[in-house]
Unconditional design. Structure first.
Length: 160
């Protein structure tokens, strides 16, 4: 009789052991899985080259876009847009963008990160990144030449 009770207890202990072991393994898997997220590479800040950036959008009329493009070429600036032309759900946004750029006769960089990093919500905007990484920016529909003059005046403390 003792043997039957001992066997019964052993079976119960094995069952509890398996259940406990399973719980421990499940916890280890969860702990391991959640620890992997902490090993993700830290989000790196985008390295921005010193220079002049003119941030625009397709909402600006074609003539003004051409004007900014020509000024950008004269001053060695980059003409930058946040994204593609058309609705986000549009099927051929790259093709639409290419067609629009060819029609207007301009080249652009598409870089939404610059808009975010510079905190630009209104276009057109002119941003100057100096070699010491200081940033000057101005928004409004003015020529690049005038924007640079205004920033220089503000930087030097002169008044007009």
């Amino acid at each position: 009789m003792e043997t039957k009770q001992t066997n019964k207890k052993l079976k119960q202990m094995k069952k509890m052991f398996k259940k406990t072991l399973f719980q421990i393994l499940a916890l280890m898997i969860l702990a391991t899985a959640s620890s992997y997220s902490s090993f993700a590479l830290p989000k790196q800040e985008i390295q921005i080259e010193p220079g002049i950036y003119i941030l625009v959008s397709f909402a600006i009329n074609d003539e003004s876009l051409r004007s900014y493009f020509n000024e950008a070429n004269c001053y060695g600036a980059k003409l930058v847009m946040r994204g593609l032309v058309g609705e986000k759900s549009g099927r051929n946004r790259f093709a639409e963008t290419k067609t629009k750029l060819e029609k207007v006769g301009i080249n652009i960089d598409i870089n939404p990160n610059l808009f975010k990093q510079f905190g630009i919500s209104q276009v057109p905007a002119v941003v100057v990144v100096n070699t010491d990484k200081t940033i000057k920016k101005i928004s409004g529909h003015i020529t690049l030449k005038k924007a640079l003059e205004i920033m220089e005046v503000k930087a030097s403390g002169k008044s007009t």
